[in-house]
Write a protein that binds this ligand. Structure first.
Ligand code: COA
Length: 156
Protein backbone atom coordinates (compact mmCIF):
# COMPACT_ATOMS: atom_id res chain seq x y z
CA UNK A 1 0.00 0.00 0.00
CA UNK A 2 1.39 3.46 -0.86
CA UNK A 3 2.04 5.76 2.10
CA UNK A 4 -0.67 8.17 0.99
CA UNK A 5 -3.29 5.55 1.87
CA UNK A 6 -2.03 5.19 5.44
CA UNK A 7 -2.49 7.51 8.40
CA UNK A 8 0.67 9.52 8.92
CA UNK A 9 1.32 11.68 11.94
CA UNK A 10 4.23 13.90 12.90
CA UNK A 11 4.22 13.69 16.69
CA UNK A 12 6.26 16.41 18.44
CA UNK A 13 8.67 14.78 20.89
CA UNK A 14 8.73 15.59 24.61
CA UNK A 15 11.08 14.42 27.39
CA UNK A 16 8.57 11.59 28.01
CA UNK A 17 9.46 10.03 24.66
CA UNK A 18 12.97 8.91 25.64
CA UNK A 19 12.19 5.18 25.37
CA UNK A 20 10.65 5.44 21.90
CA UNK A 21 13.32 7.79 20.60
CA UNK A 22 16.04 5.58 22.06
CA UNK A 23 14.58 2.45 20.41
CA UNK A 24 14.46 4.24 17.06
CA UNK A 25 17.97 5.68 17.34
CA UNK A 26 19.40 2.26 18.19
CA UNK A 27 18.44 0.98 14.75
CA UNK A 28 21.66 0.49 12.73
CA UNK A 29 20.31 2.93 10.13
CA UNK A 30 20.66 5.74 12.70
CA UNK A 31 24.38 5.15 13.28
CA UNK A 32 26.12 8.44 12.49
CA UNK A 33 22.97 10.53 12.71
CA UNK A 34 23.77 13.75 14.60
CA UNK A 35 27.41 12.72 15.11
CA UNK A 36 29.69 9.67 14.88
CA UNK A 37 28.32 6.40 16.28
CA UNK A 38 25.05 6.15 18.20
CA UNK A 39 23.53 8.86 20.40
CA UNK A 40 23.73 8.47 24.18
CA UNK A 41 20.65 9.10 26.34
CA UNK A 42 22.01 12.49 27.37
CA UNK A 43 22.56 13.42 23.71
CA UNK A 44 19.03 12.27 22.87
CA UNK A 45 17.67 14.47 25.68
CA UNK A 46 19.76 17.46 24.60
CA UNK A 47 18.96 17.19 20.91
CA UNK A 48 15.80 15.27 20.13
CA UNK A 49 13.30 15.55 22.98
CA UNK A 50 12.25 19.16 22.69
CA UNK A 51 15.05 20.85 24.66
CA UNK A 52 15.95 23.07 21.69
CA UNK A 53 12.45 24.45 21.08
CA UNK A 54 11.44 26.77 19.50
CA UNK A 55 14.52 26.75 17.25
CA UNK A 56 14.44 23.01 16.62
CA UNK A 57 11.14 21.10 16.42
CA UNK A 58 11.55 17.32 16.56
CA UNK A 59 8.93 14.79 15.49
CA UNK A 60 8.45 11.06 15.58
CA UNK A 61 7.06 9.94 12.23
CA UNK A 62 4.17 7.58 12.94
CA UNK A 63 2.22 5.52 10.43
CA UNK A 64 -0.89 3.81 11.73
CA UNK A 65 0.42 4.54 15.27
CA UNK A 66 3.77 2.83 14.65
CA UNK A 67 7.01 4.81 14.91
CA UNK A 68 8.70 4.57 11.50
CA UNK A 69 11.16 7.46 11.52
CA UNK A 70 12.21 10.85 12.73
CA UNK A 71 12.24 14.36 11.33
CA UNK A 72 13.16 17.80 12.55
CA UNK A 73 12.57 21.37 11.49
CA UNK A 74 15.21 23.88 12.46
CA UNK A 75 15.09 27.65 12.27
CA UNK A 76 17.04 29.08 9.33
CA UNK A 77 16.63 32.83 9.68
CA UNK A 78 13.03 33.57 8.68
CA UNK A 79 12.74 30.14 7.08
CA UNK A 80 13.34 26.55 8.07
CA UNK A 81 15.53 23.60 7.26
CA UNK A 82 14.77 19.94 7.72
CA UNK A 83 16.27 16.49 8.25
CA UNK A 84 14.40 13.24 7.76
CA UNK A 85 15.20 9.57 8.27
CA UNK A 86 12.95 6.52 8.02
CA UNK A 87 13.60 2.99 9.18
CA UNK A 88 14.87 0.96 6.19
CA UNK A 89 11.81 -1.33 6.14
CA UNK A 90 9.55 1.71 5.75
CA UNK A 91 11.30 3.28 2.76
CA UNK A 92 10.09 3.28 -0.82
CA UNK A 93 6.38 3.29 0.02
CA UNK A 94 5.60 7.00 -0.20
CA UNK A 95 6.03 7.83 3.50
CA UNK A 96 8.89 10.28 2.84
CA UNK A 97 6.71 12.23 0.41
CA UNK A 98 3.86 12.30 2.95
CA UNK A 99 6.23 13.64 5.62
CA UNK A 100 7.37 16.44 3.31
CA UNK A 101 3.73 17.33 2.57
CA UNK A 102 3.00 17.50 6.32
CA UNK A 103 6.11 19.63 6.93
CA UNK A 104 5.11 21.94 4.10
CA UNK A 105 1.72 22.47 5.72
CA UNK A 106 3.45 23.56 8.93
CA UNK A 107 5.92 25.77 7.04
CA UNK A 108 3.15 27.52 5.13
CA UNK A 109 0.95 27.93 8.22
CA UNK A 110 3.81 29.52 10.14
CA UNK A 111 4.53 32.02 7.33
CA UNK A 112 8.16 30.99 6.98
CA UNK A 113 9.87 32.45 3.94
CA UNK A 114 11.91 29.49 2.76
CA UNK A 115 12.33 25.76 3.26
CA UNK A 116 15.69 24.13 2.66
CA UNK A 117 17.50 20.84 3.03
CA UNK A 118 21.22 20.00 2.93
CA UNK A 119 21.72 16.46 1.63
CA UNK A 120 25.29 15.34 1.16
CA UNK A 121 25.87 15.81 -2.61
CA UNK A 122 27.41 12.30 -2.77
CA UNK A 123 24.22 10.80 -1.37
CA UNK A 124 22.52 10.36 -4.71
CA UNK A 125 19.49 8.61 -3.24
CA UNK A 126 18.78 11.47 -0.84
CA UNK A 127 19.30 14.11 -3.54
CA UNK A 128 16.97 12.18 -5.90
CA UNK A 129 14.34 11.98 -3.14
CA UNK A 130 14.41 15.73 -2.35
CA UNK A 131 14.28 16.49 -6.08
CA UNK A 132 11.35 14.09 -6.56
CA UNK A 133 9.37 15.84 -3.82
CA UNK A 134 9.95 19.30 -5.29
CA UNK A 135 13.23 20.70 -3.93
CA UNK A 136 15.55 22.40 -6.40
CA UNK A 137 19.21 23.39 -6.56
CA UNK A 138 22.52 21.74 -5.70
CA UNK A 139 24.13 21.52 -2.29
CA UNK A 140 21.53 23.35 -0.23
CA UNK A 141 18.25 22.54 -1.97
CA UNK A 142 15.21 24.79 -1.59
CA UNK A 143 11.50 24.15 -2.00
CA UNK A 144 9.83 26.80 -4.21
CA UNK A 145 7.33 28.07 -1.61
CA UNK A 146 6.18 30.95 -3.79
CA UNK A 147 5.34 30.91 -7.46
CA UNK A 148 8.05 33.47 -8.12
CA UNK A 149 10.60 31.05 -6.63
CA UNK A 150 9.58 28.48 -9.24
CA UNK A 151 9.56 31.03 -12.10
CA UNK A 152 12.93 32.50 -11.23
CA UNK A 153 14.31 29.20 -9.97
CA UNK A 154 15.33 31.03 -6.80
CA UNK A 155 17.52 28.95 -4.54
CA UNK A 156 18.49 30.62 -1.32
C1 COA B 1 15.27 9.63 1.83
C2 COA B 1 14.05 8.96 2.50
C3 COA B 1 13.54 9.87 3.62
C4 COA B 1 12.97 8.83 1.41
O1 COA B 1 11.76 8.33 1.99
P1 COA B 1 10.86 7.26 1.21
O2 COA B 1 9.62 7.03 1.97
O3 COA B 1 11.70 6.09 0.88
O4 COA B 1 10.54 8.07 -0.15
P2 COA B 1 9.18 7.96 -0.98
O5 COA B 1 8.82 6.52 -1.13
O6 COA B 1 8.16 8.87 -0.40
O7 COA B 1 9.65 8.51 -2.40
C5 COA B 1 9.28 9.79 -2.89
C6 COA B 1 9.94 9.97 -4.24
O8 COA B 1 11.37 9.99 -4.07
C7 COA B 1 11.97 9.02 -4.90
N1 COA B 1 13.08 8.39 -4.17
C8 COA B 1 13.09 8.04 -2.86
N2 COA B 1 14.27 7.47 -2.55
C9 COA B 1 14.98 7.45 -3.70
C10 COA B 1 16.27 6.95 -4.02
N3 COA B 1 17.06 6.37 -3.11
N4 COA B 1 16.71 7.09 -5.30
C11 COA B 1 15.93 7.68 -6.25
N5 COA B 1 14.68 8.16 -5.99
C12 COA B 1 14.23 8.04 -4.73
C13 COA B 1 10.89 7.98 -5.14
O9 COA B 1 11.13 7.28 -6.35
C14 COA B 1 9.64 8.83 -5.19
O10 COA B 1 9.50 9.41 -6.46
P3 COA B 1 8.07 9.36 -7.24
O11 COA B 1 7.03 9.78 -6.20
O12 COA B 1 8.28 10.35 -8.31
O13 COA B 1 7.90 7.96 -7.64
C15 COA B 1 14.38 7.54 3.04
O14 COA B 1 14.83 6.73 1.99
C16 COA B 1 15.44 7.56 4.12
O15 COA B 1 15.12 7.65 5.30
N6 COA B 1 16.73 7.46 3.72
C17 COA B 1 17.84 7.50 4.68
C18 COA B 1 18.02 8.86 5.31
C19 COA B 1 18.22 9.96 4.29
O16 COA B 1 18.90 9.76 3.29
N7 COA B 1 17.62 11.12 4.60
C20 COA B 1 17.77 12.30 3.78
C21 COA B 1 19.10 12.89 4.09
S1 COA B 1 19.12 14.63 3.85
Amino acid sequence: MRGSERALMLRPTTPDDLLEVRALFRDPAFEGWGGPGFRSDSQLREKYLGARLPDVECFLVEVDDRVVGFTQLYADGSGAGTDLILLPAERGAGVGRQVVEALLERIRASGRTHFVVDPSPEDRGAVAFWRAVGFRGRGTMAYPLQETDEQQNVVR
